[in-house]
Design a protein around this ligand. Sequence first.
Ligand code: NAP
Length: 249
Amino acid sequence: MAGLLAGKACIVTGGSRGIGRSIVELFAREGARVWYFSRSEAEGAAELAAAAAAGGGSVERQACDVSSEAEVEAAIEAVIKASGGLDIVVNNAGITRDGLVFRMSLEDWEAVMRTNLTSAFLVCRAAARHMIKRRTGSIINVSSVVGIMGNGGQTNYSASKAGLIGFTKSLAREVSSRGVRVNALAPGFIDTSMTDKIPEEAKEKLKTGIPLGRTGSPEEVAKAALFLASDLSSYITGEILKVDGGMGM
Ligand code: NAP
């Protein structure tokens, strides 16, 4: 049976580890031709190749720092040239530089905004232009529940994630009539290198605020991304889908 994304050309930013890497693997398993953008090679390259072989898809890395306008423009152009037509974009790359606002440097504020929010603008500007012409496409921006709820110590991060929600809804209003759907995921507390840094005691406390009583896995977020990327969600645009065990309800 053909996969849900058979033959689709996809870009996943930040696909080298964590949530992005799980999305790359699942999409390739579903038959997609995936190009992931990152500054380093993906973990577990052999498993990625096996997933692609099993699903009839492919996985390739495009070295790209998503905070650089020139690098994003060049990387998207290279993928469009190689693929012949871009179908799906997942803006997943993200960083944290946590700290209380009165101690936060402008550099930490700007680094987070540029990597998490400006990058999505740069990628979408280049990709949506192309998708509109073909009258098809699905764009998924990876926001966060803290973009909805806020979180002390993460003013820069939560502002970037709230910005992504406004960006998603506004872009959906601009391009949906031309066949391009734009949605966002808002993950809760997911086990990746990003959350590894949180002390064990703080993690246990955080879990008490999650109705499902546990943290989520990158694979669980990838399944939601697959839903939004595929035709399973053909009548959904401008939506923010929480994948958070009920944390943000
Ligand atoms: P992660 O394990 O730290 O992975 C981050 C990914 O982003 C890596 O692949 C990294 O690749 C890439 N990246 C960072 N800066 C980049 C840059 N300038 N250019 C290109 N790629 C860059 O984090 P994660 O937990 O999987 O997070 C993925 C996304 O989910 C982020 O947007 C994050 O904010 C969001 N999120 C995570 C959670 C959570 O609990 N984990 C919750 C809500 C939302 P390189 O370092 O190789 O460049």
